[in-house]
Design a protein around this ligand. Structure first.
Ligand code: ZN
Ligand code: ZN
Length: 308
């Protein structure tokens, strides 16, 4: 058995679950070294997003998807990984069937699932994944930064949107996700302001508005100049309204972005290890998840399932 954090009737609870075992040749059993807490996890915890158990009728399982693992065992066809090795894991479960997956661009898959929602997750002592999701990482990269690869892959998707250096760029919000996005764009020489409701109106509107937060009200099209672009990088589970006549009259481009390749995120983390350290916050034992969930969200907070 193993200790795991599950979402039960809108509440996160620690429970004991069977330790996963290898049942197919391409699988890897990992011990979870540590796992980051994402805003998506908080929505799974409170039942806003329903996870594996409810959606599949299977046994309840851990949630959590941003983690660093250590190989415990591998299936017969796994050749690149060996027990004791530390790995990064891409938690995105690409469908393998769509045209993007078939052309080798699984990171663009529009039918993808996520570990911790569509399959057992990382807030547990052990997790079983496919070898195709695992990546070797340089020794110099800390466990915390390895576990930070998924949010970096998500925010790297805001590059290559055709933003030009001379454009006035704004990010809605100033939380850690907005600041990570701001940092990533700064590495490409793009100067980005964070926009809060308190922001003086004279710096607005912008040419490009990036939305990384969950919007519950109307999309604020008035923050964008006519002919400008709104980049949506948050899969809000809440419905919000879009005023189509404003979009048409202001000739706005609405662009959704999802992920950059996971390997791009790992290279980015290796190159910017020092600069990314301020985004890394405290670690809590899994048992103390309640305190971790309430902790200051200005930095990424981690859970450590195997203590001692
Ligand atoms: Zn995440
Ligand atoms: Zn696909």
């Amino acid at each position: 058995m193993m200790k795991a954090l599950v979402s039960r009737e809108g509440k996160a609870v620690i429970t004991q679950l069977p330790r996963p075992t290898i049942t197919s040749d391409d699988e890897i059993l990992l011990q979870v070294i540590l796992a980051g807490i994402c805003r998506t996890d908080l929505l799974v915890a409170d039942g806003t997003i329903s996870c594996y158990k409810e959606s599949s009728g299977c046994q309840e399982s851990a949630f959590g998807h941003e983690f660093c693992g250590r190989v415990v065992a591998a299936g017969h066809s796994v050749t690149h990984f060996y027990p004791g090795q530390r790995v990064a894991v891409n938690p995105v479960l690409a469908c393998g069937q769509c045209s993007d997956c078939q052309s080798g661009n699984g990171y663009l898959c529009s039918n993808s699932g996520l570990l911790g929602i569509n399959a057992p997750g990382a807030f547990a002592e052990y997790i079983k994944v496919s070898a195709s999701q695992c990546y070797r990482v340089a020794e110099s990269i800390s466990d915390h930064l390895v576990a930070y690869a998924e949010p970096v892959a998500a925010m790297l998707s805001t590059l290559n949107c055709g933003i030009k250096p001379q454009q006035h760029i704004g990010i809605l919000g100033s939380d850690r996700i907005a600041r990570l996005c701001q940092f990533i764009l700064s590495t490409e020489g793009l100067d980005v302001i964070t926009i809060n409701k308190e922001q003086p109106v004279d710096v607005l509107p912008v040419d490009v508005l990036i939305v990384t937060s969950f919007i519950r009200e109307c999309l604020p099209v008035n923050l964008v100049k006519p002919g400008g672009m709104i980049i949506i990088k948050s899969r809000s589970p809440f419905s919000s309204t879009v005023c189509y006549s404003d979009i048409v009259q202001r000739r706005l481009i609405l662009l959704g972005v999802n992920y950059a390749p996971f390997t791009t995120a790992l290279k980015f983390i290796e190159a910017y290890q020092q600069s990314l350290m301020p985004f890394i916050g405290s670690s809590y034992p899994l048992d103390r998840f309640a305190g971790a969930f309430k902790a200051d969200s200005a930095q990424k907070i981690f859970l450590v399932p195997c203590v001692g």
